[in-house]
Design a protein around this ligand. Structure first.
Ligand SMILES: [Zn+2]
Length: 309
């Protein structure tokens, strides 16, 4: 390996020496062209982020609303709004604005077919209150805290110059928030108070079935309170694979390819020199166990049995 690296370095040096004899022109870099390019990059980044965010919300909403009975007391009401906080930015000013009844959240998108969509909430609306209360966290507009009330939620918002109210008939859902993390690392993560999936993972998954497997696995960690418990970590991973596969299947996603997906993930991430010792064997065990769960689910579906984990 070392001699190969040395050979590559020698080749690069030779190539650099060769390049030095070629007269190089300095490219013109007009500042206005560079500034326009920065805007083009930002636009592309924002579009990509929103596309990932919408897809992640769509898949996680199906999983969270399909099995609220498995989430114990951690059940809220799904609305289907992705919003971001509006300025002012300092905590004191924001608190004042909230209590003074100014809009504090801007709706970035509304999940098609969601309760908010059916109630007429639109992209660009600026939310003032939900259920008569100021909204503290944009995630409350996706799934409201842990209030499993069935009464329609009154959402007050500003559209243009008008102050409007929509009555949103929300549906029960697991309250664990699912967010998108900006990172090239291939990762889903459960932090004990919510799940995050990286943009790297969003690029890696080849179908909604595979994304459902990632989201189901991480929500399973949350449901089972793994972050609050002592190790063994490996048993937790097997439990999350098992329950996560059921969560995905109960939401209508295909799980026949679950083991194939985990194998592809292992090939991409685990079969490297950086992977911890023993990880390859453990991943092999996970794949075998997950395949057995997927087969069990297929058998229950065939027999018309309930998909009870
Ligand atoms: Zn895990």
């Amino acid at each position: 390996m070392r001699s190969l690296r040395g050979g590559i370095c020698a080749l690069l040096l030779l190539a650099a020496a060769g390049c030095a004899s070629v007269p190089l022109r300095r490219p013109a870099l007009p500042p206005e062209r560079v500034a326009a390019e920065l805007i083009a990059q930002d636009t592309l980044t924002a579009r990509r982020y929103l596309r990932y965010r919408e897809r992640l919300m769509s898949v996680s909403a199906r999983i969270r609303t399909a099995s609220p009975e498995l989430c114990g007391r951690e059940v809220g009401r799904f609305l289907g709004i992705f919003a971001v906080p509006l300025p002012p930015d300092t905590p004191g000013e924001r608190m004042t604005a909230r209590f003074a009844g100014f809009p504090v959240m801007q709706v970035i998108f509304v999940l098609p077919g969601s309760p908010a969509d059916r109630a007429g909430v639109q992209q660009g609306d600026r939310v003032v209150t939900a259920g008569g209360r100021p909204v503290w966290d944009p995630r409350e507009l996706e799934v409201t805290g842990s209030r499993p009330t069935v009464a329609p939620l009154a959402l007050r918002f500003v559209r243009g110059d008008s102050l409007l109210t929509a009555s949103v008939t929300s549906v029960p859902a697991c309250s664990h928030p699912v967010t998108l993390a900006w990172s090239h690392v291939l990762e889903g993560r459960s932090g004990g108070n919510g799940v995050s999936v990286t943009t790297g993972m969003m690029r890696f998954v080849e179908s909604d079935d595979e994304l459902a497997q990632v989201v189901g696995h991480e929500i399973a960690h949350e449901i089972l309170h793994h972050r609050l418990l002592p190790t063994p970590q490996q048993r937790f991973e097997l439990e999350a694979d098992d329950l996560g596969c059921y969560l995905a299947a109960r939401a209508g996603y295909g799980v026949a390819g679950a083991a194939d997906f985990l194998r592809r993930f292992a090939a991409e991430w685990v079969n490297t020199e950086e992977a911890p010792a023993g990880m390859r064997t453990f991943m092999a065990q996970r794949i075998v166990a997950l395949d057995a769960v997927a087969r069990e689910i297929a058998r229950k579906r065939e027999a018309g049995e309930a998909l009870t984990p």
